[in-house]
Write a protein that binds this ligand. Structure first.
Ligand code: SAH
Length: 240
């Protein structure tokens, strides 16, 4: 079972209670997910985390620890953030099942599913690093699951989908760009829009936020990324 490569990683950002890290590791292991990334955990390693992992401590031992979210996802071509609530500028939303479908279609490139802090979730800046937002359908009046419970539900859907996809051969396609390259594109885009007088940094109108939403939704592949970078460079050249 599960001979399909496991390209998904579970990223926990700023977890306050080490017990939740252990419980998330346990949730992952029951669903054959083993790539755990921790961004700035409040307390780790921790005996409490190991106790709550109940035999899934190998996942804790192999966890990759990072200082910020960007570095934990820089080599990912698809980043799915999670949220218990709907944000002010809506980002494209997926359910846990649709998320598993996206992961299955990702053709082997790295995928991150990002979870927030117990009391405050993910910041707006962190949400903007994602292509899609996953919301687990819940009681509208009480939508916030325990962190490890949210990890469990999403890993369960990944597990079902991976097993259903065993042996399915995928067609070749141009790989999607990494998060690191996408960031280079946003910097270039912003620079170019400022140079031609379209983007006024004193009156930003959430322009970059909207641009990020647009291009994250499109999920650029390598050749599209090259076209856009060349296009921006040409505009800058004409401007000078
Ligand atoms: N009060 C916080 C809730 C955080 S719950 C907030 O308003 O955002 C901790 C984390 O668990 C969330 O950041 C998210 O990663 C996950 N989570 C909890 N409930 C969820 C839900 N209904 N859908 C998706 N993720 C959820």
């Amino acid at each position: 079972m599960n001979s399909i490569i496991n390209n998904a990683r579970i990223v926990l950002v700023g977890t306050t209670h080490p017990g939740n890290i252990g419980a998330a590791a346990r949730a992952m292991k029951t669903m054959s997910q083993d790539n755990l990334y921790l961004v700035n955990p409040k307390e780790f390693p921790s005996a409490v985390a190991t106790a709550r992992a109940a035999g899934a401590d190998d996942i804790l031992a192999n966890a990759s620890i990072h200082d910020d979210l960007k570095s934990a996802i820089s080599d990912c071509e698809l980043v799915i953030t999670t949220s218990a609530r709907t944000r002010s500028i809506p980002w494209p939303m997926v359910s846990p099942r649709e998320c598993a479908e996206k992961v299955a279609k990702s053709n082997g490139g790295n995928v991150a599913i990002v979870f927030g802090r117990e009391n405050s979730g993910l910041s707006n800046e962190e949400m903007e690093l994602g292509n899609l937002v996953l919301q687990i359908p819940t009681n509208a009046d009480y939508s916030s699951l325990n962190l490890a419970s949210a990890v469990q539900i999403i890993c369960y859907e990944l597990f079902l989908k991976r097993n259903a996809n065993e042996g399915v051969v995928k067609e070749d396609k141009v790989p999607l760009v990494s998060q690191e390259k996408i960031e280079m594109f946003y910097e270039h885009l912003e620079e170019c829009m400022i140079e031609i007088g379209y983007h006024d940094v004193n009156y930003p109108r959430r322009l970059m936020h909207r641009m990020r939403r647009l291009f994250n939704r499109a999920q650029l592949d390598e050749s599209e990324w090259k076209i856009l970078r060349g296009f921006l460079a040409k505009i800058q050249e004409k401007q000078k």
